[in-house]
Design a protein around this ligand. Structure first.
Ligand SMILES: [Zn+2]
Length: 308
């Protein structure tokens, strides 16, 4: 049994009628409850900023991601029950990464929906996650999704129509929620402000195609899980958010191919997006960019040696 720590009260933004963002980190909340652990992955998310969403309709509250550490799930559940008083609670996990599923244990009696790939990945990694040997401390008690789908699922919440769609973008199991007829897309980690956190560098061409498919949905407003709280609170991101990710992936590929210098600064990788105001530089994302640069160079070196 994992030791529960005190929770931190997130900032709660009602960003549309019956749509809530629960935001932690950046400059809007106190430090994380695990900041006494010298090296821990939660504090990285905290620096970048991380949030969950709750969608309400027809007496149901749907929780999109259960929190970045376990007791955050407890806070989300108590908020939903106390403030929103739904007849039932559904959970959707956007993807298997621990900053999105750590609170699942507090929703074990609810339907927990995710892609099959998400469930399979969590199941395969369960021992490592629970022994803190995957990402390090803190360990997470894994509660697997109990309803899965392959690529698409529709959920009706009263008059609200939700369309869950899997994209091979950020991770192969990633799912977004489109609020049909409202122009709103909860895009999980497919889009990030300042830049995407990349782990699969050989997939960048796939990500580029998936970004085009995402644009084709025609959504007007995007709400990410790692974004600027002041933008999220004030109307969200426009479609230029997708352009910003494309520009960044293109710059990373140029670094990988040697067309651009390995030292290309963050600002130059997204120069157009910054000039348009699509995203803004949040200082802790410089470490994400540095890691992405290392990753793309290692990946292209690996591909070259494979060739020989
Ligand atoms: Zn994340």
């Amino acid at each position: 049994m994992l030791c529960e720590r005190p929770w931190v009260q997130p900032e709660v933004y009602e960003i549309a009628s019956g749509l809530y963002c629960l935001y932690l980190g950046r400059d809007v909340t106190p430090p994380s409850p695990v900041s006494d652990i010298a090296t821990n992955w939660v504090d990285l998310d905290w620096k970048w900023g991380v949030c969950s969403y709750v969608i309400v309709g027809g007496g149901t509250a749907l929780v999109f991601d259960t929190g970045v550490y376990s007791s955050q799930g407890m806070w989300i559940r108590s908020f939903v029950e106390r403030e929103l008083r739904p007849k039932r609670i559904l959970v959707v996990n956007s993807h298997w990464h621990l900053d999105h599923v750590s609170g699942n244990a507090h929703f074990a009696d609810c339907p927990i929906i995710a892609t099959m790939r998400c469930r399979d990945t969590l199941s395969a990694l369960q021992d490592k996650i629970e022994s803190a040997s995957l990402w390090g401390e803190p360990a997470v008690s894994v509660v697997l999704p109990n309803i899965t789908f392959a690529d698409e699922l529709r959920i009706q919440l009263g008059r609200r129509s939700l369309h869950l769609r899997r994209f091979d973008l950020h991770t192969p199991d990633s799912v977004l929620i489109e609020l049909e007829g409202e122009g709103i897309c909860l895009c999980s980690d497919m889009l990030e402000d300042t830049v995407p956190f990349v782990t699969e560098f050989d997939k960048i061409p796939v990500f580029a195609r998936e970004l085009s498919r995402l644009r084709g949905l025609g959504c007007d407003v995007f709400y990410p899980c790692h974004g600027n709280p002041h933008v999220i609170e004030n109307g969200g991101y426009g479609p230029s958010f997708i352009d910003a990710m494309e520009e960044y992936y293109c710059s990373l590929e140029k670094i990988g191919s040697g067309e651009a210098p390995a030292s290309l600064p963050l600002e130059e990788c997204i120069a157009h997006a910054l000039s348009e105001g699509a995203v803004s530089v949040w200082e802790p994302y410089r470490s994400v960019h540095a890691k992405n640069r290392e990753g793309i160079l290692a990946s292209t070196r690996g591909a070259a040696s494979d060739f020989h």
